[in-house]
Write a protein that binds this ligand. Structure first.
Ligand code: ADP
Ligand code: MG
Length: 480
């Protein structure tokens, strides 16, 4: 990207709130049901029915607001956003406009250089989701599934504070982590429970005024957010440098082609004719309710991360990774508590081998095939010298495949480390005898060859000799 241009990004994140019933009706919100089996008369937009606000969504929005240090509005108002679309039977969406439930807040992220950066949150408001059009399986017509209509959403709007795709993803990940910590959303991106619109513009570096933005709609993976924004940045810069102008418009990201395409321009944009919904009372929140919610907040990612650094003395970046989800953090703490190895060693394993195995099998930490207690048991066998770190990887894989605990795998596969000095000495003697030229070179000053000898001994013992001991014996036998 050209150094002459500064990128400006603001995100609108839609997160589906994890209530059992809808925001204004008693219909269920469960994902994946047969079309139109979870839409009652309110969701179907029948005349004469009235919406009733689900109290739980208010509590959830408050939780979010407090977690990002925002003002909670004592009085907020639902408004009708009018537009016509087949999946919107009422002809309007109930949202919040001038008076949202959550006001200005903030969040700290790491910028691309690893420095702390504050991102402003403009507001967060409650709204209902629309239904879904289905095009597959219908000849010359479309199906409408209204199961999703009326599902509660919290839309979180950021200030245009991000300066790269990397920052946008870092911000989105933080919000994702927070809503899951709070338990207000499952954050499932495949199911559309967490998605975002990215507003992107560029301006000559040093210019105060913002450039014309485009809005990239409905990005539902962190990778797509990054790719779509980067594509759009290049597109806008190329366009301007070729003498053109960016048009304010909505664009769609096509992940197959890795490009964004115009969907509708500002001229075609709807005038939503917002007005307060006369069917719903303003939401009035008592200060006591807010304090109640505050007292129920869990430890949040930023606080947990700091505690991990202070309490366990692990690296800052590692604490960041381990606190991405509550489940992962809990696993880590359980593993540290269950064994005798150092907290950093446990961190290395959780972030390294364990996470790799989870990723490979597409599993969440809750369904890890090696429990925290069993991982601790494995690491204890490294620290008491029963096995080397290298053999431990083999043991871990066996545990993952269901061969039992570390002790069971070590016994069944005969992996116990050779710590008997005379046994190691005998093998070292063999290796020295078999490699006269290397021994001569080593003695002539080629110190690096020690690694070669260690490798030979390890090979002969199937990796089971204690590496520290091997080193020691080799050095004394080779005369150093
Ligand atoms: P709208 O409601 O029309 O989408 P808003 O003014 O509420 O417009 O802005 C929506 C999002 O766009 C916010 O996240 C905001 O930070 C971002 N945004 C506004 N102007 C720009 C710009 N010039 N470049 C990048 N992002 C912008
Ligand atoms: Mg918008």
């Amino acid at each position: 990207m050209s150094a002459a241009w500064e990128v400006v990004i603001g995100l609108e994140i839609h997160t589906q709130l994890a209530t059992r019933s809808k925001i204004f009706s008693g219909a269920a919100t469960a994902y994946g049901a047969e079309p139109n089996t979870q839409a009652c008369l309110v969701d179907l937009g029948y005349p004469g029915v009235l919406p009733v606000l689900n109290r739980e969504v208010v509590r959830m929005a408050c939780k979010f607001g407090l977690a990002v240090n925002a003002q909670i509005a004592e009085r907020s108002v639902f408004a009708r956003k009018n537009y016509f679309y087949p999946d919107l039977p009422k002809g309007y969406q109930i949202s919040q406009y001038e008076l949202p439930i959550v006001g200005a807040g903030e969040l700290m992220i790491k910028d691309d250089n690893g420095n702390e950066k504050r991102i402003g949150i403009t507001r967060a408001h409650l709204e209902e989701d629309a239904g879904k059009s289905i095009h597959e399986g219908f000849a010359a017509s479309s199906g409408i599934d209204l199961n999703r209509a009326g599902t509660p959403l919290l839309e979180i709007v950021s200030e245009p504070d991000m300066r790269s795709a990397g920052e946008a993803v870092a911000y989105m990940r933080k919000i994702h982590s927070i809503v899951r910590y709070l338990g207000i959303s499952d954050g499932n991106m495949q199911e559309g429970s967490f998605r975002c619109d990215a507003n992107v513009s560029v301006r000559p570096r040093g210019q105060d005024e913002l450039g014309t933005r485009t809005e990239l709609k409905n990005l539902n993976s962190f990778r797509f957010v990054e790719k779509a924004i980067n594509y759009e940045i290049e597109r806008q810069i190329d366009l301007i440098e070729d003498g053109g102008e960016v048009v304010q418009e909505t664009r769609l990201y096509d992940s197959d082609k890795d490009e964004t395409r115009s969907m509708r321009s500002k001229e075609e944009a709807n005038d939503y004719r917002y007005f307060p919904d006369p069917d719903l009372l303003p939401v009035v929140i008592e200060p006591a309710f807010i304090e109640q919610v505050r007292s129920e907040l869990p430890e949040l990612p930023a606080a947990k991360q700091q505690r991990f650094v202070d309490e366990y003395g692990i690296r800052n970046d590692d604490a960041d990774i381990l606190t991405v989800s509550r489940a992962l953090a809990d696993y880590y703490e359980a593993a540290v508590g269950a064994g005798k190895s150092g907290a950093q060693v446990v961190a290395n394993w959780v972030i390294g081998d364990l996470s790799a195995a989870l990723n490979r099998d597409g599993l969440e930490i809750d369904s890890s095939k090696v429990s925290a207690v069993h991982l601790a048991g494995l690491l204890d066998r490294i620290s008491d010298n029963t096995i080397s770190g290298k053999i431990a990887k083999e043991v871990f894989d066996a545990m993952w495949s269901g061969e039992g605990t570390a002790d069971e795998v070590i016994a069944a596969r005969g992996l116990k480390q050779i710590t008997d000095t005379s046994a190691i000495e005998a093998i070292v003697d063999d290796v020295i005898a078999a490699n006269p030229s290397q021994v001569a070179e080593y003695k002539a000053g080629k110190d690096k060859l020690i690694g070669y000898f260690v490798g030979q001994v390890m090979q002969k013992t199937g990796g089971k000799a204690n590496p520290g001991q091997v080193n020691q014996v080799l050095k004394s036998k080779l005369g150093q």
